[in-house]
Design a protein around this ligand. Structure first.
Ligand SMILES: [Zn+2]
Ligand SMILES: [Zn+2]
Length: 314
């Protein structure tokens, strides 16, 4: 189960932290200046996902880097074309003569305009870009419990929207059986996952063929979580959003402007309250959460924007 938290106050730049139940590491989406992001959360981060590198989405990378030095682990950074160079440029702005060599490794996954992923790593103290082998067939990010897919939206620059998709879980519906628990549960799940119909499953003293017990299997559908940042509210972006986020459980979506300011939205390749709500409705997203509002708005105006979004979902 994904447990996302918005780490920025209203009026701050956007940053979303994604935790998993019963898992001690976490994932950061967007490096906006977020006062609620703690040192511990930076240290426990396994991967960072950036939609694009406008300053409001990238400024806090330095704070995260500051606290990740010394963790002695690999941290993945995913982002659009140019991200490898931009991460390196940020880091090279500091002096590193006292840094320990294995203090951290950043593995950067740069999403090219055609969707290909270019992998490389940078390490202290030189922080040179070392190309890594690419695996064209692999998902952008693969975790034992979920994977991350993406689509490239147009924000007058590439803006990557991310979909976190938890794997479906195989469970045993004990209410359907008279058996007691035991090691057969694990054996049956393994047989099911391996499509091994004939695997012998020993329950108590009796042995069954796996297929004769498959009726006890129940599939628990994995959760899905979307993060859609800056994008123009146009048809081609909306088609891409529909293709990836339809029936998603929860989505955070940029709603930078109020409906009456949609001319600004158009000029700046942003979205606005009703357009973001309408596309979420078209995608049948269960919970849609508007985020990332223009800093020119006062509290009352943001309240109006949120009302417009709510109305647009109906
Ligand atoms: Zn932007
Ligand atoms: Zn932005």
């Amino acid at each position: 189960m994904f447990l996302p938290e918005i780490k920025s106050e209203i009026g701050e730049d956007i940053s979303i932290l994604i935790k998993l139940d019963n898992y001690s590491y976490n994932f950061i989406c967007e490096c906006g200046d977020a006062s609620k992001l703690t040192v511990k959360e930076c240290q426990n981060t396994e991967a960072i996902f950036l939609s694009h590198t406008h300053i409001d989405h990238f400024i806090n990378f330095d704070f995260i880097l500051r606290h990740q030095l010394g963790i002695g682990r690999r941290v993945i950074i995913c982002g659009p074309e140019g991200i490898t160079q931009q991460v390196q440029s940020k880091i090279k702005g500091y002096q590193w003569n006292l840094i320990e060599e294995k203090s951290i490794v950043y593995e950067i996954k740069e999403i090219k305009a055609d969707g290909q992923i270019l992998r490389s790593e940078i390490n202290p103290p030189e922080w040179e870009i070392i190309p890594l082998e690419n695996n064209a067939a692999a998902a952008l990010f693969q975790h034992e419990r979920f994977q991350v897919d993406f689509t490239i939206l147009d924000h007058k620059t590439a803006s990557i929207a991310y979909l976190f998709k938890e794997k479906d879980r195989v469970k045993i519906d004990m209410t359907k059986s008279q058996f007691k628990g035991g090691s057969w549960i694990k054996d049956l799940k393994t047989a099911f996952e391996n499509k091994d119909d004939l695997a012998p499953i020993k329950v108590g003293e009796k042995e069954y063929q796996a297929k004769d017990l498959f009726h006890l299997i129940a599939i628990k559908k994995g959760a899905s979580l979307g993060v859609i940042m800056d994008h123009a509210a146009n048809e081609s972006n909306h088609e891409k959003i529909k293709a990836l986020f339809t029936n998603c459980d929860k989505v955070f979506i940029e709603s930078f402007y109020k409906a009456e300011d949609q001319e600004f939205a158009k000029a700046n390749f942003h979205s606005y309250s009703t357009a973001s709500a309408n596309i979420m409705k078209a995608c049948k997203v269960e919970i849609a959460i508007p985020v990332h509002f223009s800093r020119k708005y006062k509290e009352e105006e943001i309240a109006v924007l949120l009302e417009e979004f709510k109305a647009g979902l109906k």
